[in-house]
Design a binder for this molecule. Structure first.
Ligand SMILES: *[C@@H]1O[C@H](CO)[C@@H](O)[C@H](O)[C@H]1NC(C)=O
Ligand SMILES: *[C@@H]1O[C@H](CO)[C@@H](O)[C@H](O)[C@H]1NC(C)=O
Ligand SMILES: *[C@@H]1O[C@H](CO)[C@@H](O)[C@H](O)[C@H]1NC(C)=O
Ligand SMILES: *[C@@H]1O[C@H](CO)[C@@H](O)[C@H](O)[C@H]1NC(C)=O
Ligand SMILES: *[C@@H]1O[C@H](CO)[C@@H](O)[C@H](O)[C@H]1NC(C)=O
Ligand SMILES: *[C@@H]1O[C@H](CO)[C@@H](O)[C@H](O)[C@H]1NC(C)=O
Ligand SMILES: *[C@@H]1O[C@H](CO)[C@@H](O)[C@H](O)[C@H]1NC(C)=O
Length: 358
């Protein structure tokens, strides 16, 4: 039992970027997934030429198929297998998804031709909260870990008690821990005042009250903190499309995740109003001006996770024409370069960035 808890503690580490990819094409691959997140397992190059294949977890064939046809997928509600590129994408990962997976491949005669295994290790989301100020708002992820900073150090504190629902779940005297009612999944470190609670469940949510006593046994301080749960943001999808005047609409969306907050950067710098036609650096849908190109990144975060996606965007191929033509007509507009019939002799053309490179 202790060994199991030790192992779990080891696995509970910080995890940002909640979509992970793992190449499972080699036998014995070690794969990591974040609790509540998504893992993409590359099982093979393509299933299109494989007569029959089965993916086992705990002796149960959770996925099986014949070439491009998926015969069964026991976790179809939260996974998808793409035969053409051999990727198995599982989202809403839970602890029970961890363990060994075995892929068995059969040849056209029905004989087993190959077998390989991969280990999927699920890591918990870990959050930190400074509870040294009264009324602190802390966030945790279900199944994850929260590190509550209760005080700088308990070493000089005569006596302290942490209450949850009128029950002292933790109490101590200086460096000595007297009671820890959640000792099986938590640890308090008196020297740095941190209380680490693993495998959080809904019932851990709510108000915590820390009471500190002086050497005369009188209450000298009392403060509360609130623990609230958020679902981590999982994968981020970034989609762009050109609009009729050469503007580019980009929308960023995320799977799962409570209260997602968006932010954008272009080549590492926050998007500015001079690059935006609509939206701002904190909305999920934006429209970029005609001449904007580069590495566009959308980041989605909440209090327990951060995930981002980057895409190289080029312009929609429009150029700005500002000319007074022979007939005296003044034209000032964005036109699709390939369709442009205006002779640039007397015109001034604001080329797009791509054009400038030429
Ligand atoms: C495999 O195909 C799916 C569906 O088209 C796609 O979403 C995914 O990005 C592809 N994965 C790889 C590794 O090519
Ligand atoms: C599946 O295997 C894991 C360990 O790999 C074990 O803890 C779990 O109980 C098994 N589940 C079932 C349904 O057999
Ligand atoms: C986490 O807690 C849940 C109950 O809240 C329990 O069912 C589960 O077994 C625990 N998981 C681990 C890895 O200890
Ligand atoms: C503890 O408090 C929470 C809300 O803060 C409540 O939902 C829960 O029922 C309480 N548990 C007990 C054992 O009183
Ligand atoms: C968005 O831009 C405003 C003004 O430039 C800035 O104050 C804010 O910090 C930016 N937000 C993010 C998430 O980058
Ligand atoms: C952003 O765009 C998506 C897809 O076009 C749309 O479903 C969504 O409602 C838009 N969100 C906002 C806040 O306008
Ligand atoms: C460019 O010309 C083609 C052919 O006439 C037309 O189909 C297309 O819509 C035009 N593109 C733009 C952006 O005007």
């Amino acid at each position: 039992m202790e060994a199991v808890i030790g192992l779990l503690l080891m696995l509970l580490r910080v995890s940002h970027g909640v979509e992970t990819y793992c190449d499972g094409r080699q036998d014995g691959a070690q794969c990591y997934g974040a609790l509540g997140g998504t893992v993409v397992l590359q099982l093979m190059d393509s299933a299109s030429e494989i007569s029959r294949y089965q993916l086992f977890k705990n002796k149960t064939a959770i996925l099986s198929g014949i070439k491009n046809k998926i015969v069964s997928n026991l976790i179809a509600d939260r996974s998808s297998f793409t035969p053409s590129n051999g990727t198995f994408r599982i989202h809403d990962l839970s602890w029970t998804d961890g363990g060994e997976y075995t892929l068995t491949i059969f040849d056209s005669d029905g004989h087993r031709s190959e077998q390989r295994t991969l280990q999927l290790i699920i890591q918990g989301v870990e959050t930190y909260c400074d509870g040294r100020q009264d009324g602190a708002q802390c966030y945790g992820a279900l199944g994850g870990t929260v590190v509550l900073q209760l005080m700088d150090s308990a070493s000089e504190i005569s006596r302290y008690q942490l209450f949850k629902n009128k029950t002292a779940i933790l109490s101590g005297r200086k460096n000595k821990i007297v009671i820890n009612l959640v000792a099986d999944r938590s640890s308090f470190t008196p020297s740095d005042g941190t209380f680490r609670i693993n495998n959080l469940s809904r019932t851990d949510g709510g108000e915590y009250t820390l009471t500190i006593f002086d050497s005369d046994g009188l209450m000298s301080e009392q403060r509360t903190l609130q623990l609230t749960f958020q679902a981590p943001v999982s994968s981020v999808l970034l989609v762009s499309e050109c609009l009729s005047q050469g503007e580019m609409r980009v929308s960023c969306s995320s799977e799962g995740g409570d209260s997602p907050q968006y932010s954008w950067t272009l080549d590492g710098h926050t998007l500015t109003d001079t690059q935006l036609l609509s939206g701002n650096n904190e909305t999920n849908n934006i429209t970029l001006k005609q001449d904007v190109s580069g590495q566009l990144t959308c980041s989605v975060k909440n209090h327990v996770s951060t995930v981002s996606k980057t895409k190289t965007i080029s312009t929609c191929g429009f150029i700005f024409i500002d000319c007074t033509c022979n007939n005296g007509m003044h034209i000032s507009q964005w036109v699709f370069e390939a369709n442009n019939t205006l002779k640039p002799t007397t015109t001034s053309i604001t080329a797009t960035e791509e054009e400038e490179d030429k």
